[in-house]
Design a protein around this ligand. Structure first.
Ligand code: ADP
Length: 402
C-alpha cells in the first residue's frame, strides 16, 4: 500500500527543538496530528520526549551531560526517530517557524540558498532566536537534500500594517535602515483569526483585539483579517511584561543603567530578557500558574501588574483601530486562566466588556456576559498547524508551477 504524505513542523529555539507531524487525509483538507514532542535542555541536559495523537507518551530519552551533543546530532536523532515511528507515512516536507522575515518577507517561502542567505542577513534583528531557527534548515538541506522545506515567519502577518503603526519617532535614516516595529506571534494571530472567522464569519470586517498571553505575550489589533497594530515592536522585548522579559520600559532606564551602573550589553540583555517580567517582579517564578497559586504578596503584585498592562494595551490597540467589536484570549495563560481573563475584563468594564462567570470558569468558546457590549472569546492557538497548512500551500503552488 502506498504511504501517505506527512508534514514535519519544527520550532527550534535556543534550548529546545519542538516538533509536530501532521498527515493530510486524502478525503479532507483537514490535517491530522500524528506525533509531537521536543528536545529540551539543549546545551545542558538534553531530554527527548514524544507523544502520540492521543497525547500518550511514546518515547523519552535523557542524554548524559558528558555527551555534549550538538544541535545537528539532536535534530538528526529526532528525524530518524520520527521516520522509524511512522509506519503508514513518509515525511515529504518540513515547515519551519522563523521569527524574523524582515521588511520584505510577507508570506511563507520555500527554502532556497538565496532565501537562507537573506534570512542569515536578518540575524542582527533577532540575534537570540533567528540563528536557532535557521540551523535546522541548513542541517536538513545537507543530510536530506530532496526534502522540501518551507520557512514561515512570525513577522509576516504584520507586514502590511499602516505606516503609523510601524514607525518609531526616530530620524528617517534609521527607519529606512529597518529600525521599525515588526511585531511577532504572527502565526498565532493568523491561526486564531482564521479559526474565529470560521465560527463567526459576521466578524470578518470587524475590529478584533487578540491577546496572545503565554510565556511570551503580545496583543494584536486585527481588522478585515489584517494586522493593524501590535504590542511587540522591533524586538520580542516590547509591549507587555512577560515571563522573564520587561515589556516596554522607558528607554531612559537603559541609559541610566549604562551610565550609573556601568552595565554592558550582555548584562543588560540578561536583565531585560531573562531576569525581569513576572520573575523579576515576584522574585519567585516566571510561571503564571505558580504565581496564582502562591500566597506571597509579590506574586500577587506580579499578577496584578500583568493584568494592568494587558488591559492598558487592549485599550491602546482598540484606539489604533478606532474601537473594537470583539476581544479574544489565546495561548497558555489566555486559554487556561479564568482568573486572569476575569481580572483583565474587570479593568475594561468602562469599555463595556463583561464576561460570564460561568462560561469563563468552564472551557467555553464564547465567555461574554449577557450585557457585554463587546463579545469575548477564548480560542486555543495552534501555530504548528498553521505552519503545516502554509507548508502544504507553498508546495502546492510550487507543484502547480512545475
Ligand atoms: P510559550 O510562550 O512558551 O509557548 P505558553 O503559551 O505555553 O508559553 O504559556 C505558558 C504560560 O501559561 C505559563 O506562564 C503557564 O503558567 C501559563 N499557564 C498554563 N496553564 C495555566 C493555568 N491553568 N493557569 C494559569 N496559567 C497557566
Amino acid at each position: 500500500m502506498a504511504k501517505k504524505s506527512a508534514i514535519l513542523v519544527l520550532n527550534a529555539g535556543s534550548s529546545s527543538l519542538k516538533f509536530s507531524v501532521f498527515r493530510q487525509s486524502s478525503d479532507s483538507v483537514e490535517l491530522e496530528t500524528l506525533l509531537s514532542g521536543q528536545v529540551s535542555g539543549i546545551g545542558s541536559t538534553a531530554k527527548f520526549e514524544a507523544k502520540g495523537a492521543d497525547r500518550r507518551s511514546l518515547a523519552e530519552h535523557v542524554w548524559d551531560d558528558k555527551d555534549s551533543l550538538c544541535r545537528d546530532t539532536l535534530l538528526l536523532y529526532v528525524l530518524r526517530w520520527i521516520q522509524s515511528s511512522l509506519i503508514d507515512d513518509d515525511i515529504v516536507a518540513v515547515g519551519h517557524r522563523v521569527v524574523h522575515g524582515g521588511q520584505s518577507l510577507d508570506r511563507p517561502m520555500p527554502v532556497t540558498q538565496d532565501l537562507l542567505e537573506e534570512l542569515y542577513g536578518l540575524i542582527p534583528l533577532a540575534p537570540l532566536h533567528q540563528p536557532h531557527n535557521l540551523a535546522p534548515m541548513r542541517i536538513l538541506g545537507k543530510s536530506y537534500p530532496d526534502l522540501e522545506q518551507v520557512a514561515c515567519f512570525d513577522t509576516a502577518f504584520h507586514r502590511n500594517q499602516p505606516w503609523v503603526a510601524r514607525t518609531f519617532a526616530l530620524p528617517q535614516e534609521l527607519t529606512n535602515e529597518g529600525v521599525c516595529s515588526y511585531g511577532f506571534h504572527g502565526l498565532s494571530y493568523e491561526y486564531v483569526t482564521k479559526h474565529l472567522l470560521d465560527i463567526r464569519p459576521d466578524l470578518a470586517d470587524k475590529h478584533i483585539v487578540i491577546c496572545h498571553l503565554g510565556n511570551g505575550s503580545s496583543i494584536c489589533a486585527v481588522k478585515g483579517g489584517r494586522s493593524m497594530d501590535t504590542s511587540m515592536g522591533f524586538s520580542a522585548l516590547d509591549g507587555l511584561p512577560m515571563g522573564t522579559r520587561t515589556g516596554s520600559i522607558d528607554p531612559g532606564v537603559i541609559l541610566y543603567l549604562m551610565r550609573e551602573k556601568q552595565m554592558g550589553l550582555d548584562e543588560l540583555e540578561d536583565l531585560l530578557y531573562r531576569r525581569s517580567g513576572l520573575l523579576g517582579v515576584s522574585g519567585l517564578s516566571n510561571d503564571m500558574k505558580i504565581l496564582q497559586e502562591s500566597d506571597e504578596p509579590q506574586a500577587a503584585q506580579a499578577v496584578e501588574l500583568f493584568c494592568f498592562r494587558v488591559a492598558k494595551e487592549i485599550a491602546a490597540l482598540a484606539s489604533s483601530m478606532g474601537g473594537f467589536d470583539a476581544l479574544v484570549f489565546t495561548a497558555g495563560i489566555g486559554e487556561n486562566s479564568p482568573q486572569i481573563r476575569s481580572m483583565i475584563s474587570e479593568r475594561l468594564a468602562w469599555l463595556g466588556v463583561k464576561i460570564s462567570a460561568e462560561a469563563n470558569a468552564g472551557k467555553a468558546f464564547d465567555i461574554s456576559g449577557v450585557d457585554s457590549k463587546v463579545p469575548v472569546f477564548v480560542v486555543p492557538t495552534n501555530e504548528e498547524l498553521m505552519i503545516a497548512k502554509h507548508t502544504i500551500s507553498v508546495l502546492g503552488q510550487r507543484m502547480g508551477e512545475a
